[in-house]
Design a protein around this ligand. Sequence first.
Ligand code: SAH
Length: 270
Amino acid sequence: MTDTDSTGTHSTGMVAGGVATRLYVDAPLQAGAELALDRDRAHYLKQVLRLGPGDAVGLFNGRDGEWRARIEEVARRGVRLRAEALTRPQAPDADLWLVFAPIKRQRIDLVAEKASELGAAAIWPVFTERTAMTRVNLERLRANAIEAAEQTERLSVPEIREPVTLGELAHRWPKERRLLLCAEAGDARPIASVLQEILRERGEAIGPAAILVGPEGGFASAELDALSKLPFVTAVGLGPRILRADTAAVAALACWQAIVGDGARRPPQR
Ligand code: SAH
């Protein structure tokens, strides 16, 4: 089990109440609630973390805050836990989605992980003209997003949305959600100026937003033109270098959080 290290700072993964492991669960959490973990998670707790009856773990489900739970039984088929006490109340997340064109395996894993770490509320794959991938493994995206959420002290996990084409995306887009189009070509204002302007106009009430990143092959110019005409779209630039799609996603999410998101808040202090 991790513990306070010699520099006095806590090792990653510590949750309130000195519990080292945080797990995402689906079930409701309340005092006394009994929970069962599936075989994979049971294996992780038993064999990887070497936890057993009496040990505590942190649980969160995206709705009920973070709970300290005690392992009651470790059996071959699963692990039974009981929620004991609320260690952190649920706090609202930034309402920020990441919409991105699927890229190859390791890079898409990285996008899911980093988007989760950077507090994205949803991850939405979109197929564009030059997207090289033809399918996305949503389960894998979800597993990566959950694992990152568990490690990152957030109390929710990003929703993984069903992939759509760019045309469908534009058609189905919730109009009140601002879409920042990361545009490597054409007219685009620097992302920081756009975000500072939003902050000046909206103050605390930033409202729902999303970041859209294109595939490794970039957006087709017709796509950029069509997107730029949509009333909820603002094209933004990330500087003079052409970034890889995964880098662009991370950079844009980080800028958003730093300027209009929760960048001023601190991790929970133990
Ligand atoms: N192959 C393309 C580059 C695509 S980069 C070309 O050479 O033009 C992949 C995606 O990352 C882009 O579609 C865009 O959404 C984003 N991106 C990369 N660099 C960017 C930049 N400097 N500004 C804004 N978006 C950028």
